[in-house]
Design a binder for this molecule. Structure first.
Ligand code: M6R
Length: 364
């Protein structure tokens, strides 16, 4: 049932405040403002290394989590896509933690990578949306996302639910290791609990994004740029756009621009820059200026202050609410979903069933 929406994808995008809330309810206690994580067979305080493996959008959730684990828990983290990981004979430290992320729980490459990690002495923690699934069954610990059934081939609500579960796990790991002060736990929990409200606020800007998507639908190529934890959101924005609108799109780390992709920039290639005000804002904005200087059309996704500071040479602006950096990548995922959705609708593609794609990739 699509409710009042034309497509499952739209319904699922707009369900996000609710399902993120459901997912969070499993991992935090709002009354005493503490985390509530599942018991692990290993001690997070001493675990030597974390390996995160997934495919597609789920792998981008893993990439965001890498920034969180490193910042909050000061632990070494490796992220790989399952199809590469499974054959590259990875050397894994004894007693490590391997995290698998999958909406369906049935992705063949992810399951094969899980079995490799199991055979190599890793504790297996899976973040899955479908509880009755192969990946869930083969794991030592499961953290379910409570996104509800995701029908649209393009993953949206599963992604943001994966992100909040991973944020809770990264903070829990930091608390266990003492790299986060125990006194900070209530504030961090409150910040996580603010996510649904800010996602709703972001969704309320849908009509502006819709108007802009009409322009994006006319182009052949789009670049997405982000730094730090917004780099995976740039990758996600590009994947979302290409899979449902068939517009060629690439996500890049903003600092990589001058190492090649800037050669593509002209007035026909919009560049979507994700840069709320934070410690890296100035760096990303200087990359944005390089794009503008070459006649590129920039769409800047930032908060009010960031949009104001960026000046008036920006072609289009999408305003994000001002949020704590912890949850900023989750909020930034929303405008790139909406942009892809409306661009695809404007092009008249089959949004929920894009050509050549399956919801669950059970063959390698
Ligand atoms: O079910 P999974 O989360 O394991 O699926 C992983 C990818 O196939 C999936 O995220 C895919 O990239 C989506 N179509 C992206 O929107």
């Amino acid at each position: 049932d699509k409710g009042n929406h034309r497509h499952f994808m739209a319904k699922e995008i707009f369900e996000q405040p609710e399902v993120i809330g459901h997912t969070l309810a499993n991992y935090v206690n709002p009354v005493d403002e503490t985390l509530r994580l599942p018991k692990l067979p290993i001690d997070l305080a001493t675990v030597p290394h974390i390996t995160i493996i997934a495919c597609g959008t789920a792998s981008y959730a893993g990439l965001v989590a890498k920034y969180w684990f490193e910042r909050f828990a000061r632990i070494s983290v490796e992220v790989d896509i399952a199809s590469e990981f499974r054959y590259r004979e990875a050397a894994l430290p004894a007693g490590g933690l391997a995290i698998f992320i999958s909406q369906s729980g049935e992705t063949a490459d992810t399951l094969a990578a899980l079995r490799y990690c199991k055979a190599h002495g890793q504790t297996i923690l899976s973040i899955v949306n479908v509880a009755e699934s192969s990946i869930a069954r083969d794991s030592d610990v499961i953290m379910r996302t409570h996104a509800g059934p995701e029908i649209g081939v393009a993953s949206t609500k599963a992604f943001t639910c994966q992100l909040v579960a991973l944020a809770a796990l990264a903070i829990g790991t930091g608390l266990a290791r003492g790299t986060i002060d125990a006194a900070d736990e209530p504030r961090l929990v409150r910040t996580l609990l603010e996510t649904p409200r800010h996602v709703a606020e972001m969704l309320s800007r849908d009509s502006e994004i819709h108007a802009l998507a009409g322009e994006i639908a006319k182009v052949r190529d789009v670049l997405y740029l982000g730094r730090g934890h917004f780099f995976p959101i740039a990758l996600e924005g590009a994947l979302k756009l290409k899979e449902i609108s068939y517009i060629h799109a690439e996500g890049y780390a903003a600092g990589e621009l001058k190492h090649g992709p800037i050669a593509l920039v002209d007035e026909n290639v919009p560049v979507i820059v994700i840069a709320p005000v934070d410690a890296l804002y100035e760096k990303t904005i200087s990359n944005m200026q390089e794009v503008i200087a070459r006649g590129g059309k920039v769409v800047l996704i930032s908060d009010r202050e960031g949009l104001d500071r960026a000046g008036d040479q920006v072609w289009a602006k999408i305003e994000m609410p001002k949020v704590d950096p912890l949850i900023a990548p989750i909020i930034a995922a929303i405008p790139v979903q909406l942009l892809a959705y409306h661009a695809a609708v404007a092009k008249g593609t089959d949004v929920d069933q894009p050509r050549n794609l399956a919801k669950s990739v059970t063959v390698e």
